[in-house]
Design a protein around this ligand. Structure first.
Ligand code: NAD
Ligand code: TYD
Length: 363
């Protein structure tokens, strides 16, 4: 048997594929369009490994997906492929609808066609695992209870809205057609291979290069951080033992303000790469993100109770591993921070610099 992973050349998908082969010999068909966020270098260690079958293609290409499902006798789909960056969704939302909404629709239809024709035993064992985000729940105030699986959806960014739409489709394909789906909502991930448009790798690389560390607004927005290998372990567990039709929230119980995260990165760099110390001198407050969600926090009680999953990394251990990884992988950094990446940084941050002198409201 085989699993089909979509978006397996991106940050979490690549970590998942690498992690999968640490635990299984079951082959993976990896379908990825290789957008700016997909990078085969993330999977370089699998070169020549017959268990990994990479296919460059789009989840919107239903005939291709149907061919792959049949040809490889796929028993489960793990669906990561998405446009994933909130700031990009603000600049240009269309691609988020095309991939996250339409793409998920076409993938569901391909899965349904294939699954409907399977013999009964394989039909019952088939799974469609949809990897979603906590951002579909909207924003919490300080002191409000963390998101549970029953929290109402209230997506605020085009990215979050497109993921929420895809979650609704997945839910409906279970309810209406009986497709055995599983949905997960995870909090912010960090770790190796994360594209440096996202907060943690951007801050590590900018600090390393002596560039400003652009913090949106007052830096007090809160995210609940999870080391990526803990997310991968949770997904393996959900695939193995999750109940079809069920939703599982995944999070690390690591709520931090953005300022706390940047200060922790600076302190690590002061110790591990002291030539630029103190790196915190680079902290720069810039114009806030439009509609910036104030706080995300996950209640991961269900997956802990029902499936026995708990994260292995604390924020301190995970962040140190991450900083060390970026310091040791200059070749990877060079390859992903070329042409198109520079254009994005220029487009997005260009107007924000020179910086404000301090967080709004602070003299
Ligand atoms: P990413 O942007 O790093 O990777 C996305 C991958 O999908 C890339 O390899 C890209 O080439 C591929 N892709 C994009 N459009 C495609 C298409 N039409 N067809 C096939 N492949 C396509 O994203 P990520 O951070 O690894 O996130 C993966 C998934 O996890 C997403 O669904 C995201 O919503 C979800 N998620 C992410 C986080 C996070 O903190 N990064 C947290 C919770 C959930
Ligand atoms: P990000 O990594 O884009 O994840 P998300 O918006 O999906 O949570 O951002 C994490 C937090 O960091 C978020 O509150 C926005 C903030 N942020 C900055 O302050 N500066 C930046 O340059 C970026 C990219 C993000």
């Amino acid at each position: 048997m085989t699993i089909l992973v979509t978006g397996g050349a991106g940050f979490i998908g690549a970590n998942f594929v690498l992690d999968w082969f640490q635990h299984h010999d079951e082959p993976v068909v990896n379908l990825d369009k290789l957008t700016y966020a997909g990078n085969l270098q993330n999977l370089a260690s699998l070169e020549g490994d017959a268990r990994h079958i990479f296919v460059r293609g789009d989840i919107n290409d239903r005939p291709l997906v149907e061919r792959l499902l049949s040809a490889h006798e796929v028993r489960a789909i793990v669906h990561f492929a998405a446009e994933s960056h909130v700031d990009r969704s603000i600049h240009g939302p269309e691609e988020f609808i095309t991939t996250n909404v339409n793409g998920t629709f076409h993938l569901l239809e391909a899965a349904r066609a294939y699954w409907s024709d399977l013999p009964e035993k394989r039909r019952a064992a088939f799974r469609f695992l949809h990897v979603s985000t906590d951002e579909v729940y909207g924003s919490l105030e300080l002191g409000e209870a963390p998101f549970r699986e029953t929290t109402c959806f209230a997506p605020n960014s085009p990215y979050a809205a497109s993921k929420a739409a895809s979650d609704h489709l997945v839910r409906a394909w279970h309810h209406t057609y009986g497709l055995p789906v599983l949905i997960t909502h995870c909090s912010n991930n960090y770790g190796p291979y994360q594209f440096p448009e996202k907060f943690i790798p951007l801050m590590i690389l900018n600090a390393r290069a002596g560039k400003p560390l652009p913090i949106y607004g007052d830096g007090r927005n809160i995210r609940d951080w999870l080391y990526v290998s803990d997310h991968c372990a949770a997904l393996r567990r959900v695939l193995e033992a999750g109940r079809p039709g069920e939703t599982y929230n995944i999070g690390g119980c690591n709520e931090k303000t953005n300022l706390e995260v940047v200060q922790a990165i600076c302190a690590l760099l002061d110790r591990l790469a002291p030539e630029g110390a103190p790196h915190s001198r680079l902290i720069t407050f810039v114009e806030d993100r439009p509609g910036h969600d104030r706080r995300y926090a996950i209640d991961a009680g269900r997956i802990q109770r029902e499936l026995g999953w708990t994260p292995q990394e604390s924020f301190a251990t995970g962040l140190e591993k991450t900083v060390r990884w970026y310091l040791a992988h200059d070749d990877w950094v060079q390859s992903v921070t070329s042409g198109a990446y520079r254009d994005w940084i220029e487009r997005h941050y260009g107007a924000s610099f020179p910086p404000q002198s301090g967080p709004p409201g602070v003299a």
